[in-house]
Design a protein around this ligand. Structure first.
Ligand code: SF4
Ligand code: SF4
Length: 81
């Protein structure tokens, strides 16, 4: 039986704020980010996937280009002002 808990909810950098509740896990922001700031988070309990969303993997690399904001069609990422 596989048991894996991986659900990293860190939601922001100096330049962007990510709403995990609004995230549909389409991964467009992950693909759009040139600096690998964003990554995919999966929460499994036993073999059942119960949640997935984008998260901030390395906030220090965020350059504020806002490509992730433009890529998200669900208004789940906004610029920090
Ligand atoms: S603002 Fe640019 S560098 Fe920062 S997370 Fe978004 S796409 Fe990546
Ligand atoms: S583009 Fe928006 S909805 Fe898609 S994974 Fe990123 S934050 Fe979530």
């Amino acid at each position: 039986m596989k048991t894996m808990l991986l659900n990293r909810k860190k939601p922001s950098t100096a330049h962007i704020q990510l709403s995990i509740d609004a995230c549909t896990a389409c991964w467009k922001c992950v693909e759009a980010c040139p600096n690998e700031v964003l990554d995919k988070s999966f929460l499994y309990i036993a073999d059942t996937l119960i949640d997935m969303h984008a998260f901030v993997y390395d906030a220090n690399k965020c350059a504020g280009c806002l490509r992730c904001v433009q890529a998200c069609k669900f208004d789940a990422i906004s610029a920090v002002r």
